[in-house]
Design a protein around this ligand. Structure first.
Ligand SMILES: [Zn+2]
Ligand SMILES: [Zn+2]
Length: 135
């Protein structure tokens, strides 16, 4: 089960829960990061653009410092696992191999959604899961 309060991987603010259609996502109020529990990227990719627009609007205007690239191993905000940087289409995202959550930096949402739509969620997530297991 996801933790009650998920803390931003990049800036340690407590994330705000936000409903986008029937998906509850966790947004960072400070840096615009986005935490997606397992399967949520698939649901977002399946949404029509007007619905996704709500999420974009929620992310726009966050004006924290630009996310710092993660070089060290990061703990998963939702489980005792750790995050690994994996390639999701054109973007690098932080992926938890244990609970299969994904952390997207501000601006990565659209590209991740496009990649999932283009290749199919199974394909994209299988690659991410494999990369997270490696090393
Ligand atoms: Zn943040
Ligand atoms: Zn996790």
């Amino acid at each position: 089960m996801p933790a009650e309060n998920i803390v931003c991987v990049k800036c340690t603010s407590v994330l705000d829960k936000s409903m986008i259609a029937d998906v509850e996502v966790d947004l960072c109020p400070k840096c615009g990061g986005l935490w997606l529990d397992k399967g949520e990227i698939t649901k977002l990719a399946a949404m029509a653009d007007p619905e996704l627009g709500d999420l974009r609007a929620a992310l726009v205007g966050k004006s924290g410092p630009p996310p710092v690239p993660s070089e060290t191993k990061q703990n998963c905000p939702a489980c005792p696992g750790s995050l690994k940087e994996v390639v999701l289409g054109p973007v690098h995202v932080d992926y938890c191999g244990k609970c299969h959550g994904i952390f997207l930096d501000r601006g990565e949402l659209d590209e991740a959604v496009v990649a999932v739509r283009a290749k199919g969620p199974k394909q994209v997530l299988a690659v991410a899961a494999k990369a997270a297991q490696a090393s």
